[in-house]
Design a protein around this ligand. Structure first.
Ligand SMILES: *Cc1c(COP(=O)(O)O)cnc(C)c1O
Length: 346
């Protein structure tokens, strides 16, 4: 029914806020017993790739766009590693607002670029990394009076808390461990705030440990060191200077959790495992969470039988190149039955 409808009573909206709705949120929470069995845990995947633009960004974008309209913004602007622009462009199209997106040139997955363009946003490729594109977008929003819809926009994170609320409502409690990929660190901060809301409102009693995973080539929070030149196959988390770093550190500290770093190889192996043993195709960044859980299990730091939720942040179809680089080719045959039977027997 859309995030603003389902959770409007707990979000900062008024009678003047337009009811923007692309039927985002209420995403499937899928139990992944084959993978959970391997890890000795009860594993659940929150399929955020089922959102209308294919990533969790829609959960926050819907409120950010509604508030921008309420405040009379002339246009929307964002910098993006891909999914924020896809989401902003979708909502801008839906409500009929102009949208400008700044992307780091050549570093955006094909599906996401196609989305921003086909939704009709004005797409500007910046010869610089995400962090620089973000600075430029911020300045443009100040100079031109555009609404900035990156996660520096407070409404984004407020509305992203709904992911945690949905998990608690579905499980009837909080998980023991909440695993999540970390880029700009907004989502981990939002989930933690969402769990704390639910405890404050008396709907759950315990809180999860928050474990956040970065890619080794873009791991300022996991290493505690700045990362001026982030690099990873997981383009959605290719961020060296996370905007919500302080909030995310508090989430990890308060919850008794941790940050970890996983290599591109570990991320891709987790992506293949999730698809082949779970039936879920998620983009590489999403799979940093599973890669991290596998690593914790290897280090004997994943308590047996724990109830674990991982957020599968984006749809695998956004970045088919990344998947095809690691799968084999299809078996090629002519059009005779003999060849088919031979191929099937291989
Ligand atoms: C944006 C994004 C992330 C990172 O989320 P942050 O809130 O920036 O930490 C992870 N995965 C996907 C697919 C994303 O689009």
């Amino acid at each position: 029914m859309g995030v603003l409808k389902r959770y409007g009573a707990n979000l900062p909206i008024s009678a003047r806020t337009p009811g923007v709705n692309l039927e985002e949120g209420s995403t499937p929470l899928v139990r992944l017993d084959r993978i959970g069995g391997d890890l000795g845990i009860e594993l659940w995947g929150k399929l955020e790739g089922c959102n209308p633009s294919g990533s969790f960004k829609d959960r926050g974008m819907v409120l950010a766009v509604a508030k921008a309209l309420e405040d009379g913004a002339r246009a929307l602007v964002c910098a993006s590693t891909g999914n924020t622009s896809a989401s902003a462009a979708a909502y801008a199209a839906h409500v009929g607002a102009p949208c400008y997106v700044l992307l780091p040139s050549g570093k955006v997955a094909m599906g996401k670029l196609a989305q921003a363009l086909i939704y009709g946003a004005k797409v500007i490729a910046v010869d610089g990394n995400f962090d620089r594109a973000l600075e430029m977008a911020r300045e443009a929003s100040r100079k031109l009076g555009f609404a900035m819809v990156n996660s520096v926009n407070p409404y984004r994170l407020i509305s992203q808390k709904t992911g945690a609320w949905e998990i608690c409502e579905e499980l009837g409690r909080a998980p023991d461990i909440h695993a999540i990929p970390v880029g700009n660190a907004g989502n981990i901060s939002a989930y933690w705030a969402g769990y704390k809301d639910f405890r404050e409102w008396g709907k759950i009693s315990g809180l999860p440990r928050m474990v956040g995973f970065q890619a080794e080539g873009a791991a300022p929070l996991a290493t505690g060191k700045p990362c001026p030149n982030p690099e990873t196959v997981a383009t959605a988390i290719r961020i060296g200077n996370p905007v919500s770093a302080e909030r995310a550190k508090s989430a990890v500290l308060e919850s008794g959790g941790e940050f970890g770093a996983v290599s591109d190889e570990e991320i891709l192996a987790a992506q293949a495992m999730l698809a082949a043993k779970g039936g879920v195709f998620a983009e590489p960044a999403s799979c940093a969470a599973l890669a991290g859980l596998i690593k914790l299990r290897g280090a004997k730091r994943l308590p047996e039988g724990s109830k674990v939720v991982m957020v599968l942040t984006g749809n695998g179809l956004k970045d088919p190149d990344a998947a095809l680089r690691q799968t084999g080719e299809p078996i090629r045959i002519g059009s005779s039955m003999e060849e088919l039977l031979e191929a099937l027997a291989q």
